[in-house]
Design a binder for this molecule. Structure first.
Ligand SMILES: Cc1cc2nc3c(=O)[nH]c(=O)nc-3n(C[C@H](O)[C@H](O)[C@H](O)COP(=O)(O)OP(=O)(O)OC[C@H]3O[C@@H](n4cnc5c(N)ncnc54)[C@H](O)[C@@H]3O)c2cc1C
Length: 358
């Protein structure tokens, strides 16, 4: 990082609060544009990015209704991660076919009628070894998995262009509402971006944003199955290699998951058991909880604070963060570095901040 030259210029161009998926992608994007970037992350166990399976499943939900421009969005997100993989010298993405098992007759009907390039071959026989599929199943093409842990821990590693990471919690209550940005570790800062996930709900500067929580839990299992595809049937089993699997996720709309629960673990294992043809030896080797946050229109939330020009936000990635985050990070970085306009549906300006917030 070049030294701070003039007494008036910032030593840190952008301080990013939160080093999950949003903060990490934004940091790399700003650094690519030549900024000196610092991330501060409190390392909370319940960050959404730690609980996530990293799966980019193009066809989710019981309705099987694809997002508009889905194929273009998938390709653009994939290209973003592939570019980062090259930059970091570490493959972050691997192709992962997904087998979707229909849960009931209605879902089967919808799936049979669905005409979409992601809707792969149909099968009435058991698809993945060890699973039952009484209502049939089909392959979902164009799925992939992002190694989220590798991505988030890559920021700050020596040589990773211009991004530095500090462990610690940024205390917003100590930031006085003022036209100039706060200092960080005694250094002048140009801009501060809140990439705090669910913690943004407690951020005094952003009170009133309609961020809706959806608590969730996931498990890491060791199982005697040899799957090379993800299997989705109400819960999703994602192979991690060496007979380890990610199993997720529970959804608790309107609620926070601030810790793992016996109820969450039981619900996940019970759902899995109903899909397995025969009881299998399952060892739970990990258990995570996290809270997704989304705006009511399910679009990411990004942009500048209406009152404090040094303050920005990047949040609202919801349950499709892996697909939505790259485009959002690119847009926000372009806005911050050369004033490019944000796409309307993502601009935080569509929601009002509560009067009285700093
Ligand atoms: C169980 C579960 C499974 C999921 N599975 C998938 C999936 O398979 N595919 C998919 O696309 N999406 C999935 N998601 C959603 C995905 O995880 C999110 O969209 C995405 O990770 C959100 O990233 P984020 O950076 O906005 O938030 P987070 O990952 O929550 O990161 C916020 C970070 O900010 C830090 N922080 C907060 N406040 C402060 C502070 N004051 N000072 C310093 N640091 C602070 C926290 O420590 C944390 O690291 C899943 C979510 C859950 C809960």
């Amino acid at each position: 990082m070049p030294p701070c030259v003039s007494p008036a210029s910032p030593c840190i161009d952008t301080l990013i609060v939160g080093g999950g998926l949003a903060g990490t992608l934004l940091a790399f994007e700003l650094a690519r544009a030549g900024q000196r970037v610092r991330i501060v992350d409190s390392g909370v166990e319940t960050a959404s990015s730690h609980a996530a399976g990293g799966l980019m499943n193009p066809l989710t939900g019981p309705r099987l209704s694809p997002l508009p421009d889905l194929m273009d969005r998938c390709a653009a997100a994939r290209a973003h991660y592939d570019r980062l993989s090259q930059q970091l010298g570490h493959p972050l993405v691997s192709a992962l076919p997904i087998v979707r098992i229909c849960r009931d007759a209605r879902e089967r009907e919808r799936a049979i009628e669905l005409a979409h390039p992601c809707r792969g071959a149909w099968t009435d026989s058991p698809v993945a070894s060890g699973f039952t599929a009484p209502f049939g199943a089909f392959r979902i093409d164009h799925g992939w998995r992002l190694d989220l842990n590798a991505l988030c821990s890559a920021a700050g590693r020596r040589g990773n262009a211009g991004v530095q990471v500090d462990a610690g919690a940024f205390d917003w209550r100590r930031v006085s509402a003022q036209p100039a940005p706060p200092r960080w570790c005694g250094q002048r800062v140009g801009a501060v971006v809140s990439c705090e996930g669910v913690a943004a709900l407690g951020n005094p500067f952003w009170q009133g944003l309609p961020l809706q929580p959806d608590g969730g839990e996931s498990l890491i299992l060791r199982m005697d199955l040899d799957l090379h595809e993800a299997v989705s049937a109400g819960v999703t089993l994602v192979p991690l290699g060496l007979r380890r699997y990610w199993l997720g996720a529970t959804h608790q709309p309107g609620q926070f998951s601030s810790r793992t629960t016996v109820a969450g673990r039981t619900a996940l294992l019970r759902k899995l058991a109903t899909q397995l043809a025969a009881p299998s030896d399952i060892e739970v080797i990990g258990h995570r909880a996290g809270t997704r946050v989304a705006a009511p229109d399910r679009e990411p939330l990004l942009g500048r604070h209406p009152r404090w020009p040094w303050l920005w936000i990047f949040n609202g990635l919801g349950s499709r963060g892996i697909l939505r985050a790259p485009e959002a990070a690119e847009q926000l970085a372009a806005r911050m570095t050369h004033g490019a306009p944000l796409a309307n549906p993502m601009d935080v300006a569509r929601y009002a901040i509560r009067p009285g917030a700093p």
